[in-house]
Design a protein around this ligand. Structure first.
Ligand code: NOJ
Length: 544
């Protein structure tokens, strides 16, 4: 493949870093992270090589769903700072060559949002049709509660106006009626507002949920709901030509493909690869690359300039919902055997390093995969230093503990305040801030932080990885994944051993010495064979 595209398709080889302002750095000593603190930490991202920061919701909120329950789309949660602090932060990030994107929550608002307060006042409210109301929960309406521990229905009865409203998530998050043109216009205005303040796009929350509402409920006669997504994309592109929509679409590959745009125009720029992520965990549990090979072989090529977004962990439960029940049970048994580690029957509320017994070889191999597989890698804060979870904290908050900056057992360098005021306390034990923190790892060449910094710089140096064509090479040992990303002139061959034993493989490289791009060590290919250490990972560059 020839690299004819221009570099303003910046997302193709971006390194995205997701964080929650609330848990990243407290800049005013009140126990809550804020934009001032975040801005002071900008050098961390620069040293790591991050090119795009994804901010989780930072808008005013009663905070019953970690900010995904919004009460004002045009402001900043006062606990986190002001609009001025936000703009200073974006400006500083830009100065260091980084873009900023943020969550866009179109599916629902908080029930405390003035729109919903008005809507539930009376059936004649001008905002009544901004939400989805029914006299009775319809028999043919959407199905499946997302949070089975909290909700039993998608419909909540409103006493005052004697109708039910739809809520795909919690009952305190009523679904917006995106079939209503007024809602559509407002959401475009929200996007325009934040683009004007310097955002380079959005991580779009819960995409299939709001599109489903667009088509199937209030306006069954509406054209394809995907047109709505295409409209949002077109609007964004008019305002900011290189802005992106990174979509949360946890569906099988063939269904996800539609969300990139299938004829009605461009829709999402990137979709998270939930299927590949889950296959990887199954492979890790089995000590076999086969599930991931299978997923990659089935993974469709996104159309036009769209791209997959790859990840190891996000801020939610580590969902395993696309695995079969038996497969999920295997991953649970390997990585989260105690019911306390599991959530909603479909996921794990753990971070990677404790799941992999803290084995540095294994952990490094996983991140080597993240940066070598085609797709845009997305890191979740704390992954770069190998943070663990705090199971003493409820639900998904076990993986949303403060960023660990310093070996301070109490405040982790996150805040000098009383930890009782923190959004969640840092873990104790082997993953406490005394053991896992940025300060200790920063100047240690053997640390995970140094490893991830190295992976990022190699990934950025080698456009074959994000731009090249993927070939999966046959491996005599199913524990080993061999993949190659090739352009017309050059290729990178990457080898990953999912097992804890040394093995030999056939990397498809000529006999003789080859330099591993990661360690700069020379390894020998003899009669087509190469020795791979336990959990080994090697990258080779070749000119063709
Ligand atoms: C998906 C987000 O990732 C999750 O954290 C949130 O609870 C739901 N959407 C509802 O907004």
């Amino acid at each position: 493949m020839r690299l004819t595209k221009t570099s303003d398709l910046w997302w193709k080889n971006a390194v995205v870093y997701c964080l929650d302002v609330e848990t990243f750095q407290d800049g005013n000593g009140d126990g809550c992270g804020d934009f001032r603190g975040l801005t002071q930490r900008i050098g961390h991202f620069e040293r790591l090589g991050v090119t795009c920061l994804w901010l989780m919701p930072f808008l005013p909120t009663p905070d019953r769903d970690d900010g995904y329950d919004i009460t004002d789309y045009y402001s900043v949660d006062p606990r986190l700072g002001t609009l001025g602090d936000f703009v200073e932060f974006v400006r500083t990030a830009r100065d260091r060559g980084m873009r900023v994107i943020a969550d866009l929550v179109v599916n629902h608002t908080s029930d405390k949002h003035p729109w919903f307060r008005s809507a539930r006042e009376s059936r004649d409210s001008p905002y009544r049709d901004w939400y989805v109301w029914r006299d009775e929960p319809p028999a043919d309406g959407p199905e499946g509660v997302v949070f089975p521990d909290q909700e039993t229905s998608l419909w909540e009865y409103d006493e005052r106006t004697e109708q039910y409203y739809l809520h795909r998530f919690y009952k305190h998050q009523p679904d917006l009626n995106v079939a209503n043109p007024a809602v559509r216009e407002e959401m475009a205005k929200v996007m325009g507002f934040w683009l004007e303040l310097g955002l380079s796009g959005f991580r779009v929350d819960a995409v299939p949920f709001f599109l489903e509402t667009a088509g199937s409920l209030d306006a069954p006669d509406l054209p394809d709901p995907h047109e709505y997504l295409a409209d949002l994309r077109a609007f964004m592109a008019r305002r900011c030509g290189d802005a992106v929509l990174l979509g949360e679409v946890n569906l099988p590959y063939e269904d996800t493909l539609r969300y990139f745009g299938d004829g009605v125009g461009d829709e999402l720029t990137m979709c998270f690869d939930f299927v590949g992520m889950q296959a990887m965990y199954l492979g890790l549990a089995r000590g076999s690359a086969a599930p991931l090979v299978d997923a990659l072989a089935k993974r469709p090529e996104p159309p036009r300039d769209a791209h997959w977004a790859t990840f190891v962990r996000n801020h939610d439960e580590l969902t395993l919902d696309k695995l079969s029940e038996d497969e999920r049970a295997e991953v649970f048994a390997a990585f989260g055997p105690s019911p306390d580690m599991q959530l909603y029957g479909r996921g794990l509320r753990r971070r990677l390093p404790p799941m992999l017994d803290g084995d540095p070889r294994w952990i490094r191999m996983v991140y080597s995969l993240l940066f070598s597989l085609p797709g845009t890698p997305v890191l979740y804060y704390g992954e770069e230093i190998g943070m663990g979870e705090n199971l003493a904290v409820e639900g998904r908050f076990s993986v949303r503990t403060p960023m660990q900056w310093q070996p301070d057992p109490v405040g982790a360098g996150f805040s000098p305040a009383d930890p009782k005021t923190f959004p969640a306390p840092p873990p104790s034990g082997p993953y406490a801030p005394t053991a896992v923190n940025v300060q200790s790892q920063r100047h240690d060449p053997d640390s995970l932080l140094s490893w991830i910094t190295l992976l990022i710089s190699r990934y950025r140096e080698h456009p074959e990885l994000p731009w090249g064509d993927l070939t999966l090479l046959p491996s005599p040992d199913a524990a080993v994944l061999i993949h190659r990303c090739s352009t017309d002139d050059t290729s990178i061959t990457a080898i990953h051993n999912f097992s804890d034993r040394e093995t030999t493989t056939t990397p498809g490289l000529p006999d003789g010495p080859h330099t591993d791009l990661l360690t700069r060590e020379t390894v020998e290919v003899t009669t087509g064979h190469l020795t791979v250490p336990p959990y080994g990972c090697l990258w080779f560059h070749q000119s063709t």
